[in-house]
Design a binder for this molecule. Structure first.
Ligand SMILES: Cc1cc2nc3c(=O)[nH]c(=O)nc-3n(C[C@H](O)[C@H](O)[C@H](O)COP(=O)(O)OP(=O)(O)OC[C@H]3O[C@@H](n4cnc5c(N)ncnc54)[C@H](O)[C@@H]3O)c2cc1C
Length: 386
């Protein structure tokens, strides 16, 4: 069977790309090496800006099935100090990724994509007008090949777009899902300003569970594990209960890398599109998939995909990385009397898409106020001088 597009990997990037292409009349193959539904190490926070991107009737059907927790409250915590803000809008949904990803795959399949799970992509051959794709479930043929196969993308490697991300280009995060009644939680999106270089912790309240974790630079992996253990120990009601911690890598955006060639496109984590400051990846997985699908549908070139992606995302990723460096030790934030500015920044990160200059506005606020002796200036100064 020959397909118009073969999508490798059925995370949010792959499933959404398959969904869009199938809805536009293309014959689409979607495959994943795992048996679905499969677990995925993730905080499970789907930001308001991600929801806005995929908002339609099908999504609403999806959401009603997986019972997400719509959250309107942000909490910033640092040791005993805590600030809270409740908004009159939903800032994000807390979901189990196993359920969210399966629901997206079902939408793609309902829309006409052929989904094959437990099917690992091995390599491909370019027969010039078509790709011959070798998998553990046989050979497939397709005009386009889309690598949505995550941070350690085999499609990137086999197509020689990239060998692998270097350790310093990666973030690392560790998390656990705990039944809600077993943990001290605040029914919101809680960021815990832990003492982890370039990172932070979180406690996200789901419907009947809580996702707790810590992320930071990959070079700090051991500290991140220790920090997560401490946070978990602090929050568990029964100190004798035990929960497994799982960690995984996040390829940070901010560098221009080759992410497409001829009829091959990398999307989501495979393309290295994770927000360096917040660690958010789902929005960028969905956004890059949308750009790839538009490029294919409009018969444009792979370089158009690369250009549009970088035009939309690169500047913002760079501002985000800059903020990450400014706030290296983020537990300074609440100590410096800048909690309201911080709160506003976190709210923006959840709600304002990159094309509207989310990080640009946060950074320019810092710089603008830097010329007058008001608190944001003190914020920046204190962060830089301590
Ligand atoms: C601990 C942690 C917490 C996080 N929390 C959040 C959060 O709260 N919110 C957020 O927005 N982001 C979060 N992220 C980032 C987010 O999880 C990723 O950015 C997102 O999953 C990227 O989606 P994707 O579809 O590109 O890749 P993935 O979700 O990684 O999906 C890739 C898929 O490809 C499949 N695959 C891999 N190789 C092959 C192969 N050879 N053949 C076939 N299939 C293959 C895999 O099985 C997998 O299903 C977190 C990351 C970590 C590590």
């Amino acid at each position: 069977m020959k397909y118009d597009a073969a999508v490798i990997g059925a995370g949010p990037a792959g499933a959404y790309c398959a969904k869009i292409l199938a809805s536009r009349g293309l014959k689409v193959l979607l495959m994943d090496k795992e048996k679905f539904p499969r677990d995925k190490v993730c905080g499970g926070l789907i930001s308001a800006k991600a929801l806005e991107l995929i908002q339609d009737d099908q999504l609403n059907k999806l959401l009603s099935k997986i019972r997400p927790n719509p959250v309107q409250k942000i909490i910033l915590t640092c040791g005993q100090k805590e600030v809270t803000k409740k908004k009159d809008r939903v800032l994000g949904l807390v979901v189990k990724r196993k359920e969210f990803d399966e629901a997206l795959v079902n939408i793609a399949a309902d829309g006409g994509a052929d989904f094959v799970d437990h099917c690992e992509y091995i390599t491909h051959r370019d027969l010039k007008s078509v790709f011959e794709i070798y998998t553990t479930k046989g050979t497939f043929f397709s005009d386009y090949l889309i690598g949505a196969d995550g941070a350690f993308s085999k499609v990137a490697r086999e197509s020689k777009l990239r060998q692998r991300f270097l350790k310093w280009e990666m973030g690392f995060a560790v998390c656990s899902e705990i039944p809600r009644e077993m943990i001290i939680e605040k029914n919101g999106i809680e960021f815990v300003l832990a003492k982890v270089l370039g990172g932070m912790g979180w406690v996200f309240s789901g419907n009947d569970f809580v996702n707790l974790g810590v992320g930071g630079y990959a070079t700090e992996a051991n500290r991140i594990f220790q920090c997560t253990k401490r946070l978990l120990a602090e929050r568990l009601i029964d100190k004798n209960s035990h929960f497994d911690l799982k960690g995984y890598f996040l390829p940070a955006g901010g560098r221009k890398r080759p992410i497409a060639r001829d009829r091959i496109f990398l999307v989501g984590d495979a393309a290295g599109l994770v927000d360096p400051f917040s660690g958010e990846g789902v929005f960028y997985a969905l956004k890059s998939s949308q750009i790839a699908a538009d490029t294919i549908e409009n018969n444009k070139q792979s370089k158009d995909y690369e250009q549009t992606c970088y035009k939309t995302l690169l500047k913002e990723f760079r501002f985000s990385a800059l903020l990450s460096v400014f706030l290296g030790d983020r537990n300074q934030i609440l100590k410096k009397g800048i909690e309201m500015e911080s709160m506003e920044a976190f709210e923006k990160i959840l709600t304002v898409p990159p094309q509207k200059g989310c990080y640009k506005s946060i950074i320019s606020r810092i710089i603008k106020h830097g010329i007058s002796p008001v608190s944001p200036y003190l914020w920046l100064k204190s962060l830089l001088l301590t």
